[in-house]
Design a protein around this ligand. Sequence first.
Ligand code: HPA
Length: 264
Amino acid sequence: MSRDTKEYFEEKWKGWKPDLGIVLGSGIQLEGDDFKELDRCSCSEIPGLPVPAVEGHGGDWIRFDHDGRKILLLGGRVHLYEGHSVETVTTGMEILADLGCRHVILTNAAGGIRHGWMPGEVVLITGHLDFQRDGMITPGGSPSVFDLDWQDRLRQFRSGLNLSPLEEGTYAGLPGPTYETPAEVRMLQSLGADLVGMSTIQEARVAREKGMKVVAFSLVTNAAAGTADGVLNHEEVIEAGQESRFKVLDVVRQAIATSGEKVS
Ligand code: HPA
């Protein structure tokens, strides 16, 4: 992070180091008595950080105490489809890593490609296809930018609670700004994609490159274009996100519990 950004956080948080950074998809917040807000800063105050424009993405970075863990919620996610560069949409991940954070949870709203997935399904992302850049480059020959051990701990944790296994799938990241055509969705399906969206994978990749461990989840807010009747619109996506936000939050809680970060 830049010297200005560093000075800003030193002044504000005096060396406080988050255990976990969290970025949530449209319309979802960390809500509930177990998330105790300590304080917040507006993205517009943080030097070097882009100011968010899209409805549904609250524009504050918020410090929480959750079960003794130090959590930083990175509100104000920005997207490639707003005209931002890959560097700009991943600035938050750079800052998070430089603050000393080692674990990241990402969520998004996505179109469901896999047959049978209904709006409201929460899916663990186990792989991705990158259509947002010129090349599809996975760092360091790693099998996945998503942390395999963390995924395993999460599966076991859920099974220990007698919860049904999460659905799992491959997320195709597209640049947007428009939703896909039905033909594009058929193409993505034939390439092995189960989900389609416009965020997450650059953040996940940069977080991984910076040495952080990442898990990511999609909330299916709609059937991907052409896989069901009707035309997609952003309001519907926000609405579906609102209706299922507690489901996502529960999965986020489980991901926090299995992050491996110990109470300090
Ligand atoms: N396509 C791309 N991005 C999305 C979708 C979709 O169908 N739904 C929510 N975000």
